[in-house]
Design a protein around this ligand. Sequence first.
Ligand code: ZN
Ligand code: FE
Length: 250
Amino acid sequence: MLPIACLADNYAYLVMSPGARVGVIVDPSESAPVEAALRGHDVELVAILATHHHHDHVGGNLGLRAARPGLSVYAHESDQPLGRVPGQTHGVADGESFTIAGLTVRALHVPGHTLGALAYVVGDAVFTGDTLFLAGCGRLFEGTPDMMSASLARIAALAPSTRVYPGHEYTLDNLRFGAHVEPENRAIAARYATVAEHRARALPTVPGHLAEELATNPFLRTREASLLARYETKDPVVAFTKLRAEKDRF
Ligand code: ZN
Ligand code: FE
């Protein structure tokens, strides 16, 4: 699972099959850095997995496909008739599993950021696009807060040892917000210090661990008494709605 820095703060990921020289790319924002990574690792690209249709996640699809006419491009089934994922060849349903490049991939439909958002589970990794960021979550462009909190809950229910590969390097900003809404949370303060030191050296913060997300990501913690009290509710979805709105203004 090799992160490939793209654009200003996006990550594409190269996922290589065990032992073989073939692989898949998650969310190629642009083709040039992806082509460089494929050459550098001597990997033949056989598929693209798109988490959602936004340009900064699919901008490299057509360039990569132009050089490889047989390349498969996977995205949610609802995006295929809309034609909004360039080069899409496969429409994936919620819970669908498929094998590509010797890797078993399971797709989870996680609407909220967009209606066709998917997370892909490969072994102990989950690729979350703009649904779950490290210490944060994506904006609600197309879905409702109920949808997004249900989607995040599905990701949160994966094994705590799962490694989380998000679409953007937003971790430090997210932790600054987390420390603001959970000032008593020592795990957030400690993670902020570690991540600040990483970022000062321009190191990536990906991947994360789901267990650490559960402890430090307020968007996965809206059942916590402190967050329910902050937003004066007993309903975690109401707390989620207000938390997301506060982050939008932060
Ligand atoms: Zn997006
Ligand atoms: Fe994005």
